[in-house]
Write a new protein. Structure first.
Length: 214
């Protein structure tokens, strides 16, 4: 499902929103914008520049826009019919906290092949949409989502291939603090989109609540 065909119009987001969801320093100090030393052609539109040390820097304005879009898109589904996955160690706690507070289903850790495609195995599940922490690390879940035809939202770093991801959230998807920030914001914005959070001060969760321990 190409992005331009999704029911949420990603192209109008930069015009629809002024300012960022958080102060810019929150993104910068957490390393959300720090990509890898490799870039894929797919991620070129989300890259701001390349540093002298060869690391690609992601455009945090695009990250911010896509968090808004993804949250509104995911909020349309029945929570338990959404599945969030993370094979990456630093993504597992954020996914679990995100799932706890939004009511979505989660699979943090090893993804058992056939979990979405083989009704004969324990833990078989038929979600309506999938959220992956890293399309490369979560490749088995991604492929099964494609096979059953459900939309995929993906946290994508500079080096990720995105041809099977319907909605890209450009971000450092390997850093402990960066992943905590992204899932902290996704949780808040999903609750807002559902009308479960009317005022920002009602949101008591902190970035630290999502951050994996060393």
């Amino acid at each position: 499902m190409p992005e331009e065909t999704m029911s949420v119009d990603v192209r109008s987001e930069s015009q629809a929103s002024e300012g960022l969801l958080v102060q810019e320093d929150v993104y910068l100090t957490s390393g959300v914008h720090i990509g890898t030393q490799q870039k894929s052609a797919d991620m070129k539109p989300f890259i701001f520049k390349v540093r002298n040390d060869g690391l690609y820097v992601l455009n945090i304005k695009r990250t911010d826009e896509r968090i808004r879009v993804a949250a509104r898109f995911l909020a349309r589904f029945e929570p338990r019919m959404l599945l969030a996955v993370s094979a990456r160690q630093y993504g597992q706690k954020p996914v679990k906290v995100f799932a706890k507070h939004t009511g979505v289903s989660e699979l943090a850790g090893r993804f058992v092949p056939g979990s979405l495609t083989n009704p004969g195995i324990d833990g078989f599940f038929e979600p309506d949409a999938l959220l992956v922490t890293d399309p490369a690390a979560d490749v088995q879940a991604l492929h099964e989502a494609v096979n059953i035809g459900i939309p995929v939202v993906g946290l994508c770093d500079a080096n990720n291939e995105t041809r099977n991801v319907d909605l890209v959230i450009p971000t450092n998807n390997k850093g402990r603090r960066a992943l905590a920030v992204i899932y902290w914001l996704l949780t808040r914005e999903m609750l807002r989109a559902r009308g479960q959070l009317e005022r920002e001060e009602e949101y008591k969760l902190t970035i630290e609540d999502f951050e994996a321990t060393l």
